[in-house]
Design a protein. Sequence first.
Length: 326
Amino acid sequence: MSMGIDAGCVRIRVQCDGQRVLAAQVSSQRPQVARVLKGRQADAAASLVPLVFSLCARAQGVAARLALAAARGDETSPRLDPDIVREVMREHLWRWLLDLPVLFGMTPLRDQFTSAVRAVDAGDGVKVQALLVAPEMTRLIESIMALEQPALHASALLQIDSAQSSLAEWPQLSDELSHTPTWRGQATETGAFARSSGTSMSASGAFAARWLARLAELEAWAGGTQGIGAGGTASATPVAPGVGRALVETARGLLMHELVLEGDRVADYRIVAPTEWNFHPRGPLPSWLIGRPCSDAAELRRFAAQAVAALDPCVRWELTLEPRTN
C-alpha cells in the first residue's frame, strides 16, 4: 500500500513441545480502509481506492467504482473485465515464475516472466501456451509434486456467482465479516482452487493442487476457454437505497466491496478481501501445521513458507515459534 497505510500482516503462532507442533493460531491484521474513505466525496473516494492498494489495484478500483454505481442504482451482471483478467494472469505468472522457483532454491525466471507479461498484455495466448509447456515449467511442476505436503482433503470452497446472489448469503457486510469471514457458518477458501471446485487436482497434494489451479487458469486464458466465473469476473448490485455491493474474482479469490452513501459522500465502506478468507483462524493452514516436527526450526519455517505460498496472501507474513507452557 501507499499513502503511509500499513498493508497488514498474516501472523502465525505455533506452540511446540520440542518435537511436534501442538497448536497453531493464524490471524490476519489488515488496515481499516473505511477510516480513509468515510466522509469523502463519493467519486473521489472510489478513485482513491486503487491508489491505496498496491496489489490487485485494478480489481480494487473496479470494485470501488461498481459498488458506487450500484449505490446509485445500477446493476452490473457478471462479466469478465479484460483489465482484471490481465491483472489476474500477471499475478499468476508472478507466483509461478518469480516466487515459486525461490521456494525450491532456484533462480527466478525473470526473462520468461517479462516475456509472458508482454504476451498477456498483447493478448498473445499462443506465446503463453508455449511458455507453459517449456522445460522450466515442467521442472517446477515436478518439484511441486515431489514436495512433502499434506494430503488433499475435501474442504469448504467458496462458491458465489454474482453480487446479486450474495445478498441471500450476507444481507449486509459487517465488520465481523470483513475481519473473519464465513460462509454458511464455516471458514471457507477462495481463489483459483475454489473456482475449479477443487476437483481437477484430486490426485495431487494440498500445496500442489492450489498451484496447479493457478496454472489451469493460465492455460484456460491462453487457450481462449476462460468463462464467466473465472478470475477477472466482476458484478455489482444495489443492496438498499444508497447502498451498493460489488464482487470481483481476483487472482487470490473473492473480493467484496460495499459502500454506503449519504448524499454524495461515503458514510461507510466495507471490504472483505481474499486473504481474510484463506487465512481464517479455522482455515486450512493451522491443520497443515499441527503435528509437524518442530525440533528443526529452519525446516518448520521452510514448510510454513510453502504452506503460506500455496494460499498466497496479499500481505507479508510472520511465523512465531513458542514453547508449550503447560
